[in-house]
Each structure stands twice: as C-alpha cells, then as structure tokens.
Design a protein around this ligand. Structure first.
Ligand SMILES: Cc1cc2nc3c(=O)[nH]c(=O)nc-3n(C[C@H](O)[C@H](O)[C@H](O)COP(=O)(O)O)c2cc1C
Length: 217
C-alpha cells in the first residue's frame, strides 16, 4: 500500500451516485475505523450515527435545508451512507469510570497499580480541561481525529467521501434527539460513490507548498 498515493488521490466528492451502495463488509470496516480511532487518554467521548436508509438520510438532511447549507443536501441524500459524528455534551466522572472498566475488561490493567495510574492520568487531563473550561472543545477535537481516520480509511477502501461542516447543528441535534442522549452533532461524513457529474473528480488538488508548511529541526 502506498499511503501517500491514497492521500493525494482522495478528494471531497461533490455529487454521489444514488444507486451505488457500500457493501456490508466494507461498512463493517468503516465501523472499525471509527471505533478504533485514537483519542486523548482513550476517552472516546463520541458516538456515531450511521444513516443508510432513505428515511435516515432524510432526517439528517433536515439540517441542510436552508441557506448555504442547502448545497450539501444532495450529498446527504444521494450518498450511500451518512455518518453523524457526535461528541458527548458532558464528561462525567461516571463516564470516565465506565472507560476504566472497559479497559480493565479488555485486559489493559495488568496490576492494581497500573489501574490506579491509568485512572489518575485520565483524571488529570479531564480535570485540566475542566479548569480550562474547554472540555467541550477538547472532546470535539477527539471527534475530528475520528473524521480524519475515517476519510483516509474510506479512500483506502476506494469509497468516496465528503466531510461536511456545512449543516445546522442545532437543527440536527433536534431532528435526531441528540441532546436528550447527552450528545451533539459535530461533523458529518457522506460516504458512497461519485456520480458522473461530480466536477471535483476531475479537478487537480491544491495545497500550500511543502516549504511553507514544514519546519525541520
Ligand atoms: C472539517 C471539514 C468540513 C468540510 N465541510 C464541507 C462542506 O460542508 N461541504 C463540502 O462540500 N466540503 C466540505 N469540506 C471539504 C473541503 O472543502 C476539502 O476537504 C478541501 O477543500 C480540500 O479538498 P480535498 O478534500 O478534495 O482534498 C470540508 C472538509 C473538512 C475537513
């Protein structure tokens, strides 16, 4: 695998073929990409809603009905699947303990001391962000790592994708009842296969020059 080739040939799809569906084996890999995405202190402060039915995509598309967001509505409706990447709205001690229990069940606490140290380390960062009053921002940054993992992984699976920030977040939270579940929508990813009228498929990629964005020490 040439990962640089995947990075330079993947692109944001602007029009999907509504008749082409992602197969179940590939969807399983997409779910694995999201679930195994790394997060600070393994906090995993996320939830992923995957809309694959017409009804499900229509519910997500409510958030792309107005203003400049409407340019994204056909992408949401014509994609095979749309992932709503959500962040939690709270990072409670009970949730941190839930993560701790999972790690213990998965065999990551080889000794009682290791468990204490892991709990202490995670609490340090959770408390740091509480003091900085940026816990929500911190959690949403973790969600964006999942988005990046998803975009590169989808391209490796030869699945086209559109990351979408252009949607009405409050409207989507309302349409999917997210706030009641302690969640808020952060970003969308439409997944599928591009159509013949996807103008972006033919355009060259554009990035700032390497000399400008890298410093080597
Ligand atoms: C977080 C994020 C949000 C984006 N939101 C939108 C969007 O709402 N609609 C859209 O068509 N493209 C969206 N894009 C696509 C970017 O415009 C695109 O990634 C950028 O121009 C680079 O092009 P490339 O993805 O084809 O390499 C978004 C990209 C990212 C990473």
């Amino acid at each position: 695998m040439n990962v640089a080739k995947i990075a330079t040939t993947r692109y944001t799809t602007k029009a999907f073929d509504p008749h082409k569906r992602i197969g179940s084996a590939q969807l399983e890999q997409i779910r694995t990409l999201l679930r195994f995405s790394p997060s600070s202190t393994n906090s995993q402060p996320w939830h992923f809603i995957i809309a694959g039915s017409d009804e499900g995509k229509a519910r997500v598309a409510i958030a792309t009905a107005t203003g400049p967001y409407s340019a994204n509505q056909p992408k949401v409706l014509n994609a095979s699947h749309v992932v709503v990447l959500c962040a939690r709205t709270e990072l409670t001690d009970a949730y941190l303990e839930h993560v701790m229990e999972q790690e213990e069940n998965d065999g990551r606490c080889k000794t009682a001391e290791a468990k204490v140290a892991t709990r202490k380390g995670r609490a340090f960062y959770a408390n740091l962000h509480r003091e900085l009053d940026d816990t929500q921002h911190w959690m949403e940054k973790q969600v964006y790592i999942a988005l990046g993992t998803l975009l590169l992984g989808a391209a490796a699976l030869e699945i086209d994708a559109t990351p979408i920030e252009g949607f009405d977040r409050a409207a989507l939270d309302e349409a999917l009842g997210l706030r009641q579940r302690g969640l808020t929508a952060v970003v969308l990813a439409a997944l599928g296969y591009h159509s013949a009228d996807d103008f972006n498929a033919e355009l060259p990629k554009s990035r700032l020059p390497a000399e400008e964005i890298f410093t080597f020490l």
